[in-house]
Design a protein around this ligand. Structure first.
Ligand SMILES: *[C@@H]1O[C@H](CO)[C@@H](O)[C@H](O)[C@H]1NC(C)=O
Ligand SMILES: *[C@@H]1O[C@H](CO)[C@@H](O)[C@H](O)[C@H]1NC(C)=O
Length: 181
């Protein structure tokens, strides 16, 4: 008796659950995952009339370490197509880098790439990672994104193009590989 009563109810519940999952998978379009490779140059201008990276904090002991441990910089660095200072602007790297390694230069990078060009205009990618800035090739994780880069994950590879040890100004070549929807 009770079995015959419960069977229709059970089927109705299955039907309702099924329609919910169908609606959700449709609205997110999970099948259309894309891979994008971005290439640009990052200009960290520390010494200039209008610097794009400035010191916002340091510890009393920062100058006593080789790695400037405790130094915190805020940047709004231009991202360009080529390595020249006048090269076409495609976005900006906005956020913080801080010396987080007592011994060697190991920067904590917390920043957003804010793109301004073409179909990427207004979209962002977020980076959170370690940057051993004096090594030839560094890799940092892409942990998210907005706009065209929703659900983004991937990695950024950084290679110093040029550095002026007198001024601290540097140009860094970036290759960014990202999966997104
Ligand atoms: C550390 O060095 C910098 C640059 O040489 C200097 O501007 C700053 O005053 C120094 N800070 C301390 C606490 O000595
Ligand atoms: C990017 O978008 C902003 C705001 O919508 C607009 O003012 C600007 O002209 C756009 N830039 C390019 C290069 O399309």
């Amino acid at each position: 008796m009770s079995k015959t009563l419960h069977k229709p109810l059970f089927l109705i519940i299955i039907f309702i659950l099924h329609s919910f999952t169908t609606i959700h998978s449709k609205s997110f379009n999970f099948k259309k995952q894309k891979q994008t490779h971005l290439h640009f140059y990052f200009h960290d201008i520390v010494t200039a009339r209008h610097p794009t990276a400035v010191k916002v904090a340091s510890a009393p002991t920062t100058n006593t370490t080789r790695s400037f441990f405790g130094l915190v910089m805020m940047m709004d660095d231009p991202l360009t197509v080529g390595p020249e200072p006048g090269s076409k602007l495609v976005g900006r790297a906005q956020g913080l880098y801080a010396s987080a390694d007592l011994k060697d230069l190991g920067l904590l990078m917390v920043l957003n790439y804010y793109f301004m060009e073409g179909k990427y205009n207004g979209s962002t990618l977020s980076i959170l990672g370690r940057n051993a800035a004096l090594t030839p090739m560094r890799e940092m994780p892409i942990v998210g994104g907005t706009g065209l880069f929703r659900f983004a994950r991937g990695y950024a590879q950084a290679k110093t193009h040029s550095i002026d040890f007198k001024t601290g100004n540097a140009v860094v070549e970036y290759n960014v590989f990202v999966l997104h929807y």
